[in-house]
Design a protein around this ligand. Structure first.
Ligand SMILES: [Zn+2]
Length: 191
């Protein structure tokens, strides 16, 4: 565990605004589970508790920060040259984390077992029913009710099986809406 991590380069990159945010994090922001300010503060003044290196890509880091008693993990990758990518944010909790800095035994065993883990964060997947599942076909947005999915207990990413996706595609192309909802459409301003 890196204890005397030098955050200066991270702070410099943040100042230069070369930060890219994954769609996962955007969804967390839209659901108001986290704020950009909190993410930036964890990255610039939190503590890096894990560094994961990989021969073919840049290392990624897990940083921990607190807002009051509430812990937040921010997983990010990058360098001074390429900027920072914020990959995943989540609140560390059991069964994955005994405390915000310690992965649980259970998790180690789970990772060794052949069970499927979240490809993003290695969290444990559990079957759920998604009340409102957003699906796009030919540029049109469909909201499908009660879709069986797998949910990552840690980062909240959802996965559906291929057969489920095929069924949804068929449903959407037949387009017999149960009901119509109004969607607010905004255009990002050209500067
Ligand atoms: Zn996950």
């Amino acid at each position: 565990m890196p204890t005397n991590w030098d955050f200066q380069w991270v702070k410099d990159v943040i100042r230069s605004s070369e930060i890219f945010i994954s769609e996962h994090v955007i969804r967390e922001l839209l659901a108001e589970r986290v704020t950009l300010g909190r993410i930036i503060s964890v990255m610039s003044s939190g503590k890096v508790i894990e560094v994961h290196t990989h021969p073919q890509r840049e290392p990624f880091y897990v940083a921990l920060g607190f807002e009051g008693a509430k812990p937040l993990h921010v997983m990010f990758a990058g360098s001074t040259e390429s900027g920072l990518s914020v990959l995943i944010v989540y609140e560390p909790a059991l069964p994955m984390w005994v405390d915000p800095q310690t992965r649980s035994r259970f998790e180690e065993e789970n990772m060794k077992s052949r069970k499927r883990n979240c490809p993003f964060c290695t969290g444990i997947m559990k079957p759920v029913m998604v009340g409102n599942f957003d699906y796009r076909l030919d540029g049109r947005l469909y909201v499908v009710k009660d879709v069986p999915a797998e949910l990552c207990e840690q980062c909240g990413e959802k996965y559906i099986r291929l057969e489920t996706a095929r069924k949804i595609e068929t449903l959407a192309s037949a387009a017999r809406p149960e009901e119509l909802e109004t969607v607010i459409v905004l255009r990002y301003p050209v500067e």
